[in-house]
Design a binder for this molecule. Structure first.
Ligand code: AHR
Length: 502
């Protein structure tokens, strides 16, 4: 099989924002406790945070980190998590049926973010709480001083404001599982009030209204229309969340998950623009794709197992998916979908970061290691610079039971005019044969060539990295035939690859 890719530096989709490579840390399972934070671990610093995990998060290249949830935030009282640790309450977290000790709170997390070199994105609780508590948190984090809550922050050891710039107005409020779940109308009205009040306090912040928890939701489309009809003038973003998994051994459809993500993004954009058109507004709502990943939700039973009035564990093992090569290839395809829509998807958060559906795993008292999904994220975050280009892919199709005929190859291209370097991210969805890619690079410049190429693939597409074998899967160099203005590579079956062009 052969596919052709034509690259043209004038065909700009939009700038690649660093925010596209965001992450997400929720107080869930072993994410915070026994994940990023494990006092007593040989790698723990004096503040209890594991240095080996910090090093891996830095290597992953994560920009903004959404915090502290997720479903968790809809029952969270932020003030529990600040002030002297000894006085912090232990609370029951309904979302994950766990005990939250509040040992790690806002200040500790911000210190960790400084260590990993990422920015804070906060979610406010619009499940059990409302406008006043959102304002209180904003006053605490962003007002320099001179008011009750800003002075409380200073008393708690943080003189300078946290200056949090991006805020989620609740989480997945369309989901019946969400504490405080509401109708689109009720949520839209509340989000609009919260947004207006928060902007009165700090006009510089950027606000995200909750979109759908997935395009499979029965309210999808209508939810976005109603919520944006309430909030269009008040917010900057609408969120998208999407998780994919291989169902019933249908790997062909699973490998085409990016097709679904493309469609999801394009329909949300169309819905937002429709609301704008009806209002006669020239403002454009952007997308914060603030939860995306591969997640085997069908295998997720652990919360049911621990449910009961007398069972509220601290940091139970929840959502600890172990990712295969196939999962990582699909994951790389989701990054390709985000890049292809860089004009409207201007912020995104991989859900999540450590132990919980995560690219990084840890064992209490033991090592930390990279899952297969670590590699496409770290590589894309490192190489995608400048602008995303509209790449022309000419590839044969294959038939899928879920998405119909789908191209065997998907690709995204970025080009940085300033340094004259670019990157091609590409997927081979064929499960049995290799695919040869012919790249026409002349549209980038006459003497542009491929200088480096790496691939994620394996003879065993089920191979994983585990505690017993943490380095089983990694990136390999990919052989390139390259001349000025053209290149040819052959991708093995079920593969994700990244090519650097200079
Ligand atoms: O990322 C795991 C969970 O998925 C989040 O808490 C929730 O927002 C979503 O349903």
């Amino acid at each position: 099989t052969t596919a052709h890719l034509a690259l043209d530096r004038r065909a700009v989709v939009g700038p690649v924002r660093r925010r596209l490579f965001g992450g997400f840390v929720e107080h869930l399972g072993r994410h915070v406790y026994d994940g990023i934070y494990e006092p007593g671990h040989p790698e723990a610093g004096p503040d209890g945070f594991r240095r080996d995990v910090i090093a891996l998060v830095r290597e992953l290249g994560v920009s903004t980190i959404r915090y502290p949830g997720g479903n968790f935030v809809s029952g969270f009282r932020w003030e529990d998590s600040v002030g002297p640790r000894a006085g912090r309450p232990r609370r029951l977290d309904l979302a994950w049926h766990s005990t939250e000790t509040n040992e790690v709170g806002l200040h500790e997390f911000a210190t960790w973010l400084d260590a990993v070199g990422s920015d804070l994105m906060l979610a406010v609780n619009l499940g059990t709480r409302g406008v006043q508590e959102a304002l209180d948190l904003l006053e605490y984090t962003n007002v320099p001083g001179g008011s009750d809550l800003s002075e409380w922050r200073r008393t708690n050891g943080r003189d300078e404001p946290f200056a949090v710039d991006m805020w989620c107005l609740g989480n997945e409020m369309d989901g019946p599982w969400q504490v405080g779940h509401r109708s689109a109308d009720a949520y839209g009205a509340l989000a609009s009030q919260a947004a207006k009040a928060m902007r009165m306090l700090d006009p510089s912040i950027r606000l995200v209204a909750c979109g759908s928890s997935g395009s499979y939701m029965p309210t999808f489309g209508e939810w976005e229309r109603v919520v944006l009809t309430h909030t269009y003038d008040d917010v900057d973003y609408i969120s998208c969340h999407a998780y994919y998994e291989e169902r019933d051994g249908d790997v062909g459809s699973f490998l085409a998950s990016g097709v679904d993500m493309d469609h999801f993004i394009e329909t949300v954009v169309a819905t937002a623009d429709h609301v704008g058109a009806v209002r006669g507004s020239t403002k454009r709502i952007e997308i914060s794709f603030d939860e995306w990943n591969v997640w085997y939700q069908s295998r997720f039973e652990q919360v049911d197992q621990i449910r009961g009035i007398d069972t509220w564990p601290v940091a139970p093992r929840l959502l600890e998916d172990v990712y295969s090569v196939t999962d990582a290839v699909v994951f790389g395809g989701l990054l390709i979908s985000l890049l292809k829509h860089a004009d409207r998807v201007t912020s995104a958060s991989l859900a999540q970061l450590v132990n919980v559906i995560a690219p990084i795993m840890t064992e209490p008292g033991g090592p930390a290691w990279r899952q297969t999904t670590f590699f496409p994220f770290a590589t894309t975050s490192r190489l995608a610079r400048g602008a995303a280009l509209d790449v022309h892919v000419d590839a044969p199709t294959y038939s899928t039971s879920v998405y119909g005929d789908v191209p065997v190859v998907d690709a995204a291209v970025t080009w940085d005019e300033e340094s004259g370097t670019g990157a091609v991210f590409v997927l081979n969805r064929a499960t049995a044969e290799p695919t040869t890619l012919e790249l026409d690079l002349a549209g980038l410049g006459t003497d542009v060539r491929v200088s480096e190429a790496v691939v994620l693939a394996d003879d065993d597409r089920h191979a994983r990295n585990t505690l017993a074998d943490p380095e089983r899967v990694g990136l390999r160099a990919l052989e390139v035939e390259s001349g000025p203005g053209r290149a040819r590579v052959t991708l093995p079956p079920v593969a994700w690859a990244a090519l650097t062009v200079t």
